[in-house]
Ligand binder design. Structure first.
Ligand SMILES: *Cc1c(COP(=O)(O)O)cnc(C)c1O
Length: 381
C-alpha cells in the first residue's frame, strides 16, 4: 500500500493532498464567462445556453438537448416526460448515486431495485429478465404491473457507473416487451459509447450531469437528451416555468419548474465540451498507467466492459473483501491520497428501505470491494 501512495504521488507529481477528481479549466473558460458577464446575460436566457444545447446534441448524436440546472433536475423532468406518475414504480439499480432514486421520489413514485452485473457495475439484463418474468404482468390497459405490490411499472433507469456503459441494448429490448420506458441516467458517462453510440441516446430520454466533480463541468448543470421532438419541446417548456410565448403577457399553462441552466454556467460548459475528447484520452491513458501498476498485485483495476468505450470518469479498484477495502481506505486517506468507497446500496437508506428488491448478490459484492482512486485529468501524461 505504501508503494501505491508513492506511485500515485509520482503520477500526479505532487507531495500535497491529492483529491479524487478535480475539474480542469485549460481552455476558453475565462473568455466565455467574461463574454457572458460583458453581455449582461448571466441568467437563464443567453446565447451560451442555446450553444451548449447544440454542442451536446451534436456531440452525443441526440436530435435534441435541453439544458437544466443540474443532473437531478434533468432526471426528474425526464421521468415525468416518460409518463411516471404518483404511486407508479420505476426500476433502477441499488448501486448508484442517491440522485437516481431521489428523482424517482420527486415524481412520488417508488423505486424497485434490480441487481447489477459485476462486469459493468450497472443494471443487469439477466436479473431484469428474471424480475420481469417472475413478478410482472401486462394488463388490459397495455401497462405492466408488479404482481407483488399491485403498482404500475412505468419506467426503468439504468445508470452507466463511473462512465462504464451498461448492456443497454438488452435492457431496452426487455423493457420494450413490457411497455416500460427507458430513461438512461448517463450523468457519469458523457463521452462514453456503447457499440459506437453515445450513452444516453438509446432510451426514450437520457440525462447528463455537469456537476463540479464530473468529467466536464458547468459548475452545476445537467442536460436532457432525446430524439423525440415533442418530448424535447415539453422538456424546454416544463423547465422554463411553462410560460406561453408572448411579447409581454405572463401566461403559464402547466405545472412547471424553474430548472433552466443559467448562461454563466453554460459559458463555462461550452469551453469544457471543447476539451472533452482530450480529457477522455488522458483518462484512458491514466487507466493504462494504473493498469501497469496493479498488474502484479492482489488489487484488481476495473476495466471497461465489452462493446464499450468508457470515459473512465472515476478509476475503480476491487479489493479482496470488505476488511481489505476498509484498510485501503483508512491508509490512503491518512496519507493524503483521497479514495472513496462506492455508494452504500440505496435500498439500505432510510427513504428506500421498504422498496421491492430482487436478489442483490452482485451489488452487495461490489459495495464490499470497490474503491475509487485519484482520477483527475493530468497534463502531459
Ligand atoms: C451526479 C449524478 C447525478 C446528479 O447530477 P447532479 O448534477 O449532481 O444533480 C445523477 N445520477 C448519477 C448517477 C450521478 O452520478
Amino acid at each position: 500500500m505504501k508503494k501505491f501512495i508513492d506511485f500515485v504521488r509520482s503520477v500526479f507529481k505532487t507531495e500535497e493532498f491529492i483529491p479524487l477528481h478535480e475539474p480542469r479549466f485549460w481552455g476558453n473558460e475565462k473568455k466565455y464567462v467574461a463574454d457572458c458577464i460583458d453581455s449582461t446575460f448571466v441568467s437563464s436566457v443567453g446565447k451560451y445556453v442555446d450553444k451548449i444545447e447544440q454542442m451536446v446534441a451534436e456531440y452525443t448524436g441526440a436530435k435534441y438537448a435541453v439544458a437544466t440546472v443540474n443532473g437531478s433536475a434533468a432526471l426528474h423532468i425526464a421521468l415525468l416526460l416518460a409518463g411516471v406518475e404518483y404511486d407508479d414504480e420505476v426500476i433502477t439499480q441499488p448501486l448508484t448515486f442517491i440522485a437516481t432514486a431521489n428523482a424517482i421520489n420527486y415524481c412520488n413514485a417508488k423505486p424497485v431495485f434490480v441487481d447489477v452485473d459485476i462486469d459493468t457495475m450497472g443494471l443487469s439484463p439477466t436479473k431484469l429478465k428474471d424480475f420481469l418474468e417472475e413478478f410482472v404482468e401486462i394488463k388490459d390497459d397495455g401497462f405492466s404491473y408488479n404482481k407483488k405490490t399491485g403498482k404500475r411499472l412505468k419506467a426503468c433507469v439504468p445508470m452507466h457507473t463511473f462512465g462504464h456503459p451498461v448492456k443497454i441494448d438488452e435492457i431496452i429490448e426487455l423493457c420494450n416487451k413490457y411497455n416500460i420506458a427507458v430513461v438512461e441516467d448517463a450523468a457519469e458517462s458523457p463521452g462514453s459509447k456503447y457499440k459506437n453510440k453515445h450513452t444516453g441516446i438509446f432510451g426514450k430520454l437520457g440525462i447528463l450531469s455537469f456537476n463540479g466533480n464530473k468529467t466536464i463541468t458547468t459548475g452545476g448543470g445537467g442536460m436532457i437528451i432525446t430524439d423525440d421532438e415533442n418530448l424535447a419541446k415539453l422538456a424546454k417548456h416544463i423547465t422554463t416555468t411553462g410560460k406561453k410565448p408572448h411579447k409581454w403577457e405572463y401566461v403559464h399553462d402547466i405545472k412547471a419548474y424553474n430548472y433552466r441552466m443559467p448562461n454563466l454556467n453554460a459559458a463555462l460548459g461550452c469551453a469544457q465540451i471543447e476539451q472533452l475528447d482530450d480529457f477522455i484520452l488522458d483518462k484512458r491513458k491514466l487507466f493504462e498507467i494504473y493498469n501497469q501498476f496493479f498488474k502484479n498485485s492482489d488489487i484488481q483495476l476495473f476495466k471497461e466492459p465489452e462493446h464499450a468505450f468508457s470515459n473512465y470518469w472515476l478509476q475503480a479498484v476491487i479489493l479482496e473483501n470488505r476488511n481489505e477495502r476498509d484498510k485501503f481506505l483508512e491508509f490512503t486517506n491518512s496519507k493524503g491520497v483521497m479514495t472513496r468507497p462506492i455508494w452504500q446500496l440505496l435500498n439500505k437508506s432510510e427513504m428506500y428501505k421498504n422498496a421491492h428488491c430482487t436478489d442483490l448478490t452482485n451489488s452487495q459484492w461490489l459495495e464490499d470491494r470497490v474503491v475509487n482512486i485519484p482520477s483527475s485529468v493530468i497534463k502531459d501524461l
